[in-house]
Design a protein around this ligand. Structure first.
Ligand code: PEP
Length: 258
């Protein structure tokens, strides 16, 4: 089995300005240092708003912190007349490692289709970023379907169309009904869909590559439910919203094995 280092990713959404971001990342690093956290065993990344990324980059590189960072979105275009957009190229120039693509809030509030997500995955890869493609069903879709996993799997298939052979990607399964609602999917529900995602990855990319791709679960992950979710064989980390804004909560999630 390929080794998949667990990834704990904090999606800050539209919270924290650059000063708050610096204070937070510094304190998170101290907290994890005090706890003797081994970053080679569990990787940590934060996803701040665009305006914070330059500050986080400076802090992380100056203090040689092992905390990674990503953006919450990127443009499908590299440059040009796209007012308000931020390109993957600019993010790469700031050493940004990851970028979320197709978070359900982008899909719902900004009408991002699977085709747009596919173009953003391609743009991220073109500039050496690792896209974290988010997929997941709404409650309505889950209730109307006799195969709830098929919805996330269909989004995955479209989002990964024409994926380059050597691409490094991360998938995040986030049932929309569990995001910010306090309603966490049961470990079994999360595993069922994450397993279906891995089976589809194997069909698309081959068994060996599929075995090396990290699949995160997201949706009301908290210190008290993370361990049971992480016990599932096809879940390799968590995408954490609300609880990633609190140092104690997020560091406990990172240290879920303790
Ligand atoms: C998210 O925004 O990706 C998320 C999972 O949020 P929360 O943890 O707050 O449900």
């Amino acid at each position: 089995v390929a080794s998949r280092t667990p990834l704990m990713a904090g999606n800050w959404k539209m919270n924290m300005n650059h000063l708050q971001a610096i204070a937070f990342v510094q304190k998170l690093a101290w907290t994890l240092k005090d706890a003797e956290h081994d970053y080679d065993k569990v990787e940590v990344a934060v996803f701040p708003p665009f305006t914070d990324i330059r500050s986080v980059q400076t802090l992380v590189s100056t203090d040689k912190l092992k905390i990674g960072f990503g953006a919450q979105d990127c443009s499908q275009h590299d440059s040009g007349a796209y007012t308000g957009e931020t390109s993957a190229e600019f993010l790469a120039a700031l050493d940004t490692k990851y970028v979320l693509v197709g978070h359900s809030e982008r899909r719902t509030l900004h009408n991002e289709t699977d085709e747009i997500c596919q173009a953003k995955v391609t743009a991220a890869l073109r500039h050496g970023l690792i896209p974290v493609l988010c997929v997941g069903e709404t409650l309505e879709q889950r209730e109307a379907s006799d195969d709830p996993a098929s919805i996330a799997v269909a989004q995955l298939r479209k989002g990964l169309e024409n994926l380059p052979a050597d691409a490094e990607i991360v998938i995040a399964y986030e049932p929309v009904w569990a995001i910010g609602t306090g309603k966490v999917a049961t470990a079994a529900q999360a595993q069922e869909v994450c397993h279906a995602i891995r089976v589809e990855l194997a069909t698309l990319l081959g068994d060996e590559r599929a075995a090396g791709i990290r699949i995160l679960y997201g949706g009301s992950v908290k210190p008290d439910n993370v361990a049971s979710i992480m016990r599932e064989p096809d879940i390799d980390g968590a995408l954490v919203g609300g609880a990633s804004l609190n140092i104690d909560d997020f560091s406990s999630i990172v240290r879920y094995t303790q």
